[in-house]
Design a binder for this molecule. Structure first.
Ligand SMILES: *Cc1c(COP(=O)(O)O)cnc(C)c1O
Length: 364
C-alpha cells in the first residue's frame, strides 16, 4: 500500500517549481540509499557533525561548514552564535539582559515572508531586527546609518522573495561589513551557486537542502571556522529544538556530492523533455504552448501555455488541474493574463503524459 493510499491523500504532480507546500523536491536513489545506511547505523554524533562539515567545506571551498535542519534554523542559530560568541552562559540563557549587543541590520526590503517572516527567525535567535532604508530602497549609506555599538551582524537575503530594485548588492553589503568590522550573514536558501557568496566575503552563508540541492529536509551552513564552531555550540541550547537526524545529514552530503559533480539539469536535457510536451499540448483545442526561459534569467526553461477558450480560462484550468485523483500544480503568477507555466524539472516523462491527458479531458 502506498503512502497516498494509506492516508487517502491526493497524488501530486509538481510542475510549479520547488515548493515547500508540496514537499519541495524529489531525492535521488543514491541519496535515499545513503539515508537508509545512516538511519540504520550509529555514530558519535559530534564526530559525524564535525567530519561532514569539514568534508563539505573542502568540497565547496570554505573554512568550515555544518549541516542544520533547515535554512530557517540557519538564520536563528547564526544569529544566536554571533550574539553569544561561544559563551556557554549565553547558550543556557540565550535571551539574557547581560548581553545588549543584539542588533541585526537588514535592508527593509529583505524583511520578507518566505513562509514565515525573516524577523521571526532572527528573534528566535535572540536578535533584534533593525531595518535599513525603505521598502523599495537601501544604499550602503542607509545600512551604515543604522550601525551602532549594539550592532551584532548584518543580514542579507538573496532571494526572489526580496525586493530587488534599488537595493544594494551582496558585494556592496560585504564592503559595509568589512568597513565596520561586522560579520555578514547571507541567506541564500534557494540559490544555485554554492561558492559565490562565500567567495565574495560573507562570513556565514545559508542554503536550504531541499531546494536547488534536492536533498532531504536540511540546510548547509558555510562559513568562517570560528562562526561555524559557535553555531555548532548552539546544539546545547536553542539548536536542540532544531536538531537534524543522522539520516538527513548524510543525505545532504550525498546530494551535494551529486550536485557538485553533475550540476543542474542542462538546457538541452530540459528542452528534450519540453519539446514533445509542448507539441502534445498544442494538439489540444484552446491551448497555445511555447517554450520560455525563466523571467529572472536563470537556466530554467518552461512551457508557457496560453488558454483561450469560451468555456475555460486560465484560472478555471488551474483549479480543474488541482481537482481529481491526481492534482497538477502549475506556476500561477501570470494566470490573470491568461497564461499558465509548467516547470518540468521535477516532472517525469510519464507525468508529462498524464498532464496532457488531464488538460485534454478538461478542455474537451
Ligand atoms: C525557503 C527559504 C528559507 C527557508 O528555508 P527552509 O529550509 O525551508 O527553512 C529561508 N529564506 C529564504 C529566502 C527562502 O527562500
Amino acid at each position: 500500500m502506498t503512502i497516498h493510499n494509506k492516508f487517502k491523500l491526493q497524488n501530486v504532480i509538481n510542475a510549479s517549481e520547488k515548493m515547500t507546500i508540496l514537499g519541495v523536491s524529489r531525492i535521488s536513489d543514491s541519496v535515499a540509499a545513503a539515508q537508509k545506511e545512516a538511519g540504520q547505523s550509529f555514530f558519535v554524533m559530534e564526530e559525524l557533525t564535525k567530519a561532514t562539515g569539514h568534508y563539505l567545506a573542502d568540497l565547496i571551498g570554505a573554512e568550515n561548514a555544518t549541516v542544520l535542519s533547515s535554512a530557517s534554523a540557519g538564520i536563528a542559530q547564526s544569529t544566536a552564535a554571533i550574539i553569544g560568541k561561544g559563551d556557554l552562559y549565553h547558550v543556557y540563557h540565550p535571551f539574557t539582559d547581560r548581553i545588549t549587543k543584539r542588533e541585526i541590520v537588514i535592508p527593509k526590503g529583505h524583511n520578507v515572508d518566505y513562509g514565515t517572516g525573516v524577523q521571526v527567525m532572527v528573534e528566535l535567535g535572540g536578535g533584534k531586527v533593525i531595518e535599513a532604508g525603505w521598502a523599495n530602497k537601501c544604499t550602503q549609506a542607509d545600512v551604515e546609518m543604522e550601525i551602532t555599538e549594539n550592532t551584532a551582524a548584518l543580514l542579507y537575503i538573496k532571494s526572489h522573495h526580496a525586493v530587488q530594485k534599488s537595493i544594494l548588492s551582496v558585494s556592496e553589503m560585504v564592503e559595509v561589513a568589512k568597513r565596520n568590522k561586522l560579520p555578514l550573514i547571507v541567506d541564500a536558501a534557494a540559490e544555485e551557486d554554492l561558492k559565490k557568496f562565500y567567495q565574495m566575503g560573507a562570513d556565514l552563508v545559508i542554503y536550504s537542502g531541499a531546494k536547488a540541492i534536492e536533498a532531504p529536509s536540511s540546510a548547509l551552513l558555510l562559513g568562517k571556522d570560528q562562526f561555524i564552531k559557535w553555531v555548532q555550540l548552539q546544539s546545547k541550547g536553542i539548536g536542540r529544538s532544531m536538531k537534524i537526524g543522522k539520516d538527513n545529514i548524510v543525505g545532504l552530503v550525498t546530494a551535494i556530492e551529486e550536485y557538485v559533480k553533475n550540476g543542474l539539469e542542462s538546457k538541452e536535457s530540459q528542452e528534450n523533455r519540453l519539446q514533445p510536451f509542448i507539441q502534445g499540448l498544442n494538439e489540444i483545442e484552446g491551448i497555445k504552448a511555447t517554450e520560455v526561459q525563466d523571467s529572472a534569467g536563470r537556466e530554467i526553461y518552461r512551457a508557457s501555455v496560453r488558454v483561450s477558450s469560451d468555456r475555460k480560462n486560465a484560472l478555471d484550468l488551474i483549479q480543474d488541474l488541482k481537482n481529481g485523483e491526481t492534482a497538477v500544480y502549475t506556476r500561477e503568477y501570470q494566470a490573470n493574463n491568461g497564461i499558465i507555466e509548467f516547470d518540468v524539472r521535477s516532472v517525469s516523462t510519464d507525468e508529462l503524459h498524464q498532464i496532457i491527458s488531464k488538460i485534454r479531458k478538461i478542455m474537451e
